[in-house]
Ligand binder design. Structure first.
Ligand SMILES: [Zn+2]
Length: 461
């Protein structure tokens, strides 16, 4: 049975919605940009402020965890319900930079326009974990505390790839002990349908180089008897993809169950989100849904080359040409496996006999594939049904989120409820990032119910 105050708590949280926006706006005024040393003090200032505010709320053990060479993590706990499960809530308070972006409103001044709140971090991820804080505050004020035990963990380095999260977990393992984890930094398929993220693609970068000459040579004197490395490289890259630019290898057989449970993606969301030119369409589905192509299949993008550029034209055969490919991996791929396939495809009988080398370099990230199953997810679906009028739809993320892979591997035996307050128009990491206020309101209500539902779960010994 749910805690008897649950509905009253939800009403109180809803009545205080404007206060939640005010508090959120105060946090968004602090430019806690974790990739910029000029803003490290802002990250620390915000962490201290959040710690103090959580203590004022009624949480215990509010502290800022530090490690050498790392930006801090804020921790707050409450263990007032002996015997009830402990729910760990994760979010991050650091921000992406805004340098070089053109915003219609000042990026560090939360600005309400219609039903959206614009500011860097409004949805990624300040609004995410603030939707839990608002729910907790209502639980403290209406019922003396949440119906289960709670830990809040707010990271300060998510936007730089959580480079020290594993070290924090190793140094403070007791902080991360919990029965259920709610990780809040992901997207909803729309402002009406809540999302539960269950997969990420992995990432690796691979440089392919074609070399043929020891010095640039005259294209008129030698063209036709000496290979052009740029043409050879283009032909090699073309071996990796079909006419739509999709990989010709490494495709995954996705289960019927997954197909049936995955959220659909509206073509307009792709058109808007990816800024497709008027008159063009997104690529044909070709027997697989857009969701499958974006979340479950590999993808290849050329992200840098040493091709001769238009401003460096000369009539010469060049010595060598390189291309850096960003390879998005299906969640089940290994980096080595995909590297081996690419190497085999481009080194076999290269055009003109050019010398080909393949080198992994640059960024990499682990994929993740999760099957949400069990009472905690049924509880979450009930909570979302009440708050949103819809259970959580299973979605994936086409990119890699290091913290998710870290939690996913380390706590694979725990229920990991991965969601958030972003929607397709949020433009996280870009100009005019915004939070849909209807989503924020429903997220607060869902989190009130989620704690009640999780508290009512029978505890496994
Ligand atoms: Zn984020």
């Amino acid at each position: 049975m749910l805690h008897p105050a649950t509905d009253a708590v939800a009403s109180l949280a809803d009545a205080r919605f404007e206060q939640a926006i005010t508090r959120l706006s105060e946090y968004l005024a602090i430019p806690a940009i974790s990739c910029d040393p000029d803003h490290f003090d802002d990250v620390r200032r915000l962490a201290a402020r959040v710690r103090d505010d959580l203590a004022a709320l009624g949480m215990n053990g509010c502290r800022v965890l530090e490690l050498d060479g790392a930006l801090p993590i804020v921790v707050a706990e409450w263990h007032g319900r002996p015997g009830a499960p402990t729910v760990l809530i994760y979010g991050h308070l650091d921000l992406q930079p805004v340098k070089g972006e053109r915003w219609d409103t000042p990026p560090h001044v939360a600005t309400r326009v219609g039903d959206r709140l614009y500011a860097r971090g409004a949805a990624d991820d300040m609004g995410g974990w603030m939707s839990h804080v608002a729910a907790l505050q209502a639980w403290f004020d209406e019922a003396g505390g949440p119906p289960c035990n709670v830990k809040l963990i707010i990271e300060g380095e998510e936007e730089i790839g959580s480079p020290n999260l594993t070290r924090f977990m190793d140094t403070y393992p007791e902080v991360f002990e919990a029965d259920v984890m709610v990780l809040t930094d992901c997207e909803n398929p729309s402002v009406d349908v809540p999302g539960l993220t269950v997969s990420l693609r992995g990432l690796m970068e691979v440089e392919i180089t074609c070399a043929a000459l020891t010095a640039d040579g005259h294209s008129g004197l030698w063209g036709n008897m000496v290979p052009d490395v740029s043409t050879a490289l283009a032909k090699l890259i073309a071996r990796l993809v079909d006419d739509n630019g999709r990989p010709t290898f490494g495709l995954i057989d996705v289960s019927e169950d997954w197909r049936a449970s995955a959220a659909a993606i509206d073509p307009e969301v792709i058109r808007d989100g990816a800024h497709i030119m008027d008159g063009l369409r997104s690529l044909p589905e070709a027997g697989r849904s857009a969701a499958e192509w974006l979340w479950r299949q590999p993808a290849i993008t050329v992200v840098a080359t040493t091709y001769p550029t238009l401003d460096r034209k000369k009539n010469a055969l060049r010595q060598a040409a390189s291309a850096l490919l960003s390879v998005r991996l299906a969640p089940e791929h290994t980096q080595q496996g995909m590297l081996d396939e690419i190497t085999a495809l481009v080194t076999k009988d290269p055009p003109g006999g050019v010398q080909v080398t393949v080198t992994p370099k640059g960024w990499s990230g682990e994929g993740w594939l999760y099957t949400p199953r069990g009472a905690a997810f049924e509880a979450a679906d009930r909570a979302y049904q009440r708050a949103w009028g819809s259970p959580l739809r299973r979605v994936g993320v086409g990119g890699s989120i290091p913290f998710v892979a870290i939690f996913g591997q380390r706590y694979a035996n725990l229920p990991l409820i991965l969601n958030g307050v972003m929607d397709p128009r949020t433009t996280a990491h870009g100009p005019n990032e915004s939070l849909h206020l209807g989503v924020f309101r429903k997220a607060i209500a869902a989190n009130v119910y989620l704690l009640a539902e999780l508290a009512a779960l029978p505890r496994e010994a």
